[in-house]
Design a protein around this ligand. Structure first.
Ligand code: UT7
Length: 323
C-alpha cells in the first residue's frame, strides 16, 4: 500500500504585527472585547507589495529545508488560498516558478478556512494512487487585503501568514501503524454560502470585494460540524479521543476551540493554540500551528495528530495523521 508521510513542515509570518491596542485606533473596539470574545491579542499583516505568493515561498523554502529535500524533487504543489495574488494564474504556479521547478503540476485549492485540509486530501490521494511521489501542500493567505477595515465585527479577527508540509510516498503493509496520513474527510454544504463570503469577484462585480460574516451564525454551526469531523476521523481509524496526542484545530476563535475540546472530552493541554498571536489566518492557520508545534518539539514522530477546519461555504474537514 502507498501512503503519504509528512517529512517536513515550515511556516512564515509577515514581520508587521498589529496589536489589539493598535486596532482600537482603527475601529471602535477594545483589547478586552477582542481577547474575551476571541482569544486574539495580535495579528501579522503583510507589507505593501508583499503578496500571498511571497508568504507561500518563504514557508515552502523552510519546509524543504526542514525535510532536507531539493525543490526539483517535488512532483506536485497544491496551494490552498482564498486570497490569490491574481484571479489567474494560480498562486501555486508562481511558487513553482520561484522554486525553479519546471516539471510536475501546481494548482490552487479554494475551500477558505478548510483549504489546508482540502489541499492535504488532494495531495494525499495523488500519492495513494501512485501518480506522484513528493507533494508540497501549502496554506497561504493575505486576508488583510479583503477585510473591511471599517467593520469592527470582522477586521479584528484575521491575520496574514503561510505554512506548508511536504509529503512523500511510503510503502506500508499496516497503514494504521505507519507514520503517514491515515485518513482525510471533506464536507461542504453550500446552503450557508451567504453567512461567510466575499461580496466581490471577477464574474459578479469585477471587484475584489470584502469579507462579510454573520459571526454568531457561523459560531453556532462551528462546534458541531468540527467535533463531528474529528469523531469521523477517529472512527475511520478505529481510534478514540483518548488516542489523540495533539488536536490541531483551525484557529478561528478560542471559544470555539475550547467548546470543541469540552464536547470531544479532549484536554486543552492536547490542543495546539496559536490564535492569540496569529489571529485567524484561514487556510494558513493549521500549517502555521503544525510548524510551530513540530518545530518546538511538542509534536513528535509516531504521535497521533488530528487536524480540522471549517469555513465559508460552509466547508469543513478533518485529517488523522500518524506524525
Ligand atoms: O474561520 C472561519 C470561521 N469563522 C468563525 O468561526 C467565526 C465564528 N464567529 C465568532 O468567532 C464570533 O461570533 C465573533 C468573534 C465573530 C463575534 O463574537 P460574538 O460573541 O458572537 O459577538 P456578537 O457578534 O454576538 O456581538 C456581540 C456584541 C455586539 O453588540 P450588541 O449588538 O450586543 O450591542 C457587537 O456589535 O459585540 C459587538 N462587537 C464588538 N464590540 C467591540 C462586535 N465586534 C466588536 C468589536 N469590538 N470588535
Amino acid at each position: 500500500m502507498i501512503r503519504s508521510q509528512i517529512v517536513g513542515c515550515g511556516a512564515y509570518l509577515p514581520k508587521r504585527i498589529i496589536t489589539n491596542d493598535e486596532m482600537t485606533r482603527i475601529v471602535d473596539t477594545t483589547d478586552e472585547w477582542i481577547v474575551a470574545r476571541t482569544g486574539i491579542r495580535q495579528r501579522h499583516i503583510a507589507a505593501d507589495g508583499e503578496f500571498t505568493s511571497d508568504l507561500a515561498i518563504e514557508a515552502a523554502e523552510r519546509t524543504l529545508a526542514s525535510a532536507g529535500v531539493e525543490a526539483n524533487e517535488i512532483d506536485l504543489i497544491v496551494l490552498a488560498t482564498a486570497t490569490p495574488d491574481n484571479t489567474f494564474p494560480a498562486t501555486a504556479v508562481k511558487v513553482q516558478a520561484r522554486l525553479g521547478i519546471t516539471r510536475g503540476a501546481a494548482f490552487d485549492v479554494q475551500a477558505v478556512c478548510s483549504g489546508f485540509v482540502y489541499a492535504l486530501a488532494v495531495a494525499d490521494n495523488f500519492i495513494r494512487c501512485g501518480q506522484v511521489g513528493t507533494a508540497l501542500v501549502i496554506g497561504a493567505e493575505t486576508f488583510s487585503r479583503i477585510l473591511d477595515w471599517k467593520d469592527r465585527s470582522t477586521c479584528v479577527l484575521f491575520g496574514d501568514g503561510a505554512g506548508a508540509v511536504l509529503l512523500r510516498a511510503v510503502e506500508t503493509d499496516v497503514p494504521n501503524g505507519a507514520r503517514c496520513v491515515l485518513s482525510t474527510h471533506l464536507h461542504s454544504d453550500g446552503r450557508q454560502h451567504d453567512l461567510l463570503f466575499v461580496d466581490g469577484g471577477p464574474s459578479s462585480t469585477q471587484t475584489v470585494g470584502q469579507l462579510r460574516m454573520s459571526g454568531r451564525d457561523v459560531f453556532r454551526h462551528a462546534v458541531g460540524l468540527l467535533s463531528g469531523a474529528v469523531d469521523e476521523a477517529l472512527a475511520a481509524n478505529g481510534l478514540s479521543a483518548d488516542d489523540i496526542d495533539w488536536l490541531v484545530p483551525h484557529q478561528a476563535n478560542k471559544r470555539i476551540i475550547d467548546a470543541m475540546a469540552r464536547k470531544l472530552k479532549v484536554s486543552t493541554d492536547k490542543m495546539i493554540c496559536t490564535i492569540d498571536r496569529h489571529a485567524n489566518t484561514s487556510a494558513a492557520s493549521i500549517p502555521l500551528a503544525l510548524a510551530e508545534a513540530a518545530g518546538d518539539g511538542r509534536i513528535r514522530p509516531g504521535q497521533l495528530v488530528v487536524i480540522e477546519g471549517m469555513g465559508g461555504g460552509f466547508t469543513w474537514a478533518s485529517a488523522a495523521i500518524r506524525w
